[in-house]
Design a protein around this ligand. Structure first.
Ligand SMILES: Cc1ncc(COP(=O)(O)O)c(C=O)c1O
Length: 391
């Protein structure tokens, strides 16, 4: 049978990362291409303990349907947790989602019409870009610099484009560039978006994974005008497989997202939500975060030392790594990035081409992304040594 697909999705392609996964699943390859938490970052024993207790003592709470808005104790806990950090405002409401990814999807479904504009950082997280694309958004990329989005270009984009629905930003340890937006830029972004009547979608899955430098307040903390949709996730601080994220946003927006979620998955899985709640309230969550920071600090140091030794002499540059899971490397101008990445694959090293993260993959780009959380120390060293030897 010849299948025909909807206008919404017929031009969607599998992401370049998925394609690279075909190689990286092969144990002969050194996969610096993943985006997963480190294998030793999972609180396995606590999750097993909580799950066993739940299934023995209150199985129906885990196995029964739940409400779309989310497991009430977790919602209430998050409202006060975020409230203390000024990430939850008086007119906000909170929805638990199936990962942060679903929050992106639900906001887009709620506010975007075909060809409406979404302003995105360039580069940006491919999962979100593909979600926006599936709603036929017109994606407009705005360059990211070492301290966050280029403000002049953001302002120019706000002036130029009609029907902009929101500006999508990952202000902490951005995926893929690893960049953190400065406080001054966050304030400016807020002011500009307020002035132009554009929402801000602030996606913050990596904020807790800071292992160097000073924490910068979220854009949501300035939100007195109800324009910031703040998205958080347990994927990088507990486990991505449990698929629990959340969104704090003005009540009117969240109500619409709740209706949209009902048509997608009714509610986020109960086991995952209860595990998150129990883990945050009955275990030492802040000690767990400190442990994660230590794990990633150590990994990032190994990577940085290797890059200094093998990549710096070859004029490959990278942004300083203060948190998150990624390093963003830029090749010298005369080197063709695709050719370089093909050569790396021939040497059995997988990295992700920077173009995969652009709103338009045909734009020039001489950068690639490295993940340092999943490879072993030996793989990191060997992988970077091979990347250096290619030039
Ligand atoms: C910037 C960013 N946002 C959202 C997500 C999706 O997170 P979740 O697993 O909570 O859906 C990721 C996952 O890697 C990400 O890097």
């Amino acid at each position: 049978m010849k299948y025909s697909f909807s206008d919404r999705v017929q031009n969607l392609k599998p992401s370049a990362i998925r394609e690279i996964f075909k190689y990286s699943a092969n144990p002969e390859y050194i996969a610096l291409s993943a985006g997963n938490p480190a294998p030793d970052a999972f609180p396995v024993e606590a999750i097993a303990e909580i799950s066993q207790k739940l299934l023995i003592e209150s199985p129906i709470s885990v196995l029964q349907y739940g409400t779309t808005e989310g497991y009430l104790p977790l919602r209430n806990f998050l409202i006060s947790y975020l409230g203390e950090r000024l990430l939850y405002k008086q007119k906000d409401s909170l929805l638990i989602t199936s990962g942060a990814q679903q929050a992106m999807d639900l906001l887009t479904k709620s506010v975007l019409n075909k060809n409406d504009v979404v302003l995105c950082e360039a580069p940006s997280f491919i999962g979100s870009l593909n979600s926006f694309r599936s709603f036929q958004a017109n994606l407009v990329g705005v360059e990211v610099e070492s301290d966050g989005v280029n403000i002049d270009k953001l302002e120019a984009a706000l002036q130029t484009h009609k029907n902009i629905k929101y500006f999508y930003t990952i202000p902490n340890f951005q995926n893929p560039s690893g960049v953190t937006m400065s406080l001054a830029k966050r304030k400016k972004v807020y002011e500009l978006c307020r002035q132009y009547g554009v929402l801000i979608l602030e996606d913050n899955p990596y904020g807790d994974l800071r292992f160097a430098g000073e924490e910068v307040p979220a854009i949501k903390t300035f939100d007195e005008d109800g324009i910031v949709v703040y998205v958080g996730s347990f994927s990088k601080v507990i486990a991505p497989g449990i698929r629990v994220g959340y969104v704090a946003a003005p009540e009117e927006l969240v109500s619409k997202m709740v209706v949209c979620k009902q048509g997608e998955d009714v509610h986020t899985n109960m086991w995952g939500q209860i595990v998150c709640h129990e883990f945050m309230t009955k275990y030492d969550f802040s000690a767990h975060i400190k442990n994660l920071q230590q794990i990633y600090r150590r990994k990032a140091q190994i990577l940085t030392d290797a890059m200094e030794k093998y990549l710096r002499p070859k004029q490959i540059k990278w942004n300083a790594i203060e948190g998150g899971l990624f390093a963003w490397c830029t090749l010298p101008e005369q080197i063709d990035m695709y050719e370089y990445i093909q050569k790396a694959l021939a040497e059995k090293v997988c990295v992700v081409p920077g173009t995969a993260f652009l709103t338009d993959e045909n734009q020039p780009c001489s950068s690639f992304r490295i993940n340092f959380s999943t490879p072993t120390d030996e793989q990191l060293l060997l992988g970077i040594e091979r990347l250096g030897s290619l030039l």
